[in-house]
Design a protein around this ligand. Structure first.
Ligand SMILES: [Zn+2]
Length: 236
């Protein structure tokens, strides 16, 4: 009888160690999974600015819509690698308005993009654009946000900080802006990135390079990732 108690006593201790080791292994496996997929379970909407009949800004023979699409597709790739589910407002050269919707075509396009964003109920929304202005000396990536939620500023600060660090060619800061329709309408934490100026010849030469587009996309994705991983919010 005593021997039997001893046997079961030993078994319980052994099983205890085995299950403890199992739990430890499970925890470390789960942590390593999170390390590789820090955005698992996150839904992100990415908007490639303009498209179709709306070419956006122009510099030389380059149209904004073509570069925003490539960068947005690269951002999708990087975010998916980190485990996010990514929804694009467009994935080819098109906009969301009806073909023959004269007059208020642009308005219909934007309204439909805003509907898509809010119906998706994303954890974050990022819109990708390029700039062109009559002052050819201006250059540098810049992130904008609507001041209605403090989360918008936080997301923009992370993205701008990552662009600054990785591209090494912008001293611009995350800036509040109130009149951008999609930022105003989005119910999710949102930011709009002006990746660079097509009106600056030097920056335009970079913006048409696939490597630079990927670098910019990786920076935007890194900013989004840092926003979700409880890192200390960078300063302006
Ligand atoms: Zn634009």
């Amino acid at each position: 009888m005593r021997r039997r108690w001893l046997f079961w006593g030993c078994m319980i201790v052994v099983l205890g160690f085995v299950s403890l080791a199992g739990i430890k292994w499970l925890v470390s496996w789960h942590t390593s999974q999170n390390w590789h997929t820090p955005l698992a379970g996150r839904i992100i909407v990415i908007d490639a600015g303009h498209g179709g009949p709306d070419g956006g800004a122009v510099g030389g023979s380059t149209e904004e819509k073509d570069i925003t699409l490539k960068i947005a597709q690269d951002v999708r790739h990087y975010l998916q690698e980190m485990g996010a589910v990514v929804v694009m407002t467009r994935d080819k050269d098109m906009d969301l308005a009806d073909d023959n919707y004269e007059g208020r075509h642009k308005r219909q396009d934007l309204v439909r993009r805003a509907d898509l964003i809010n119906k998706t109920h994303p954890d974050a929304f990022v819109s990708v654009h390029l700039n062109a202005i009559p002052m050819p000396s201006l250059h540098g990536a810049q992130t904008f946000y609507h001041p209605k939620f403090s989360e918008n500023r936080k997301l923009a600060l992370f993205i701008q900080d990552s662009l600054k660090r990785n591209l090494g060619n912008t001293n611009r800061y995350a800036k509040p802006i109130s009149h951008v329709y999609l930022l105003k309408k989005s119910e999710a934490p949102s930011a709009l990135v002006e990746v660079g100026f097509l009106s600056n010849a030097q920056e335009r030469a970079l913006l048409i390079q696939r490597n630079y587009q990927k670098q910019a996309a990786a920076s935007i994705s890194q900013g989004v990732m840092r926003y979700f991983t409880n890192e200390k919010v960078p300063s302006d």
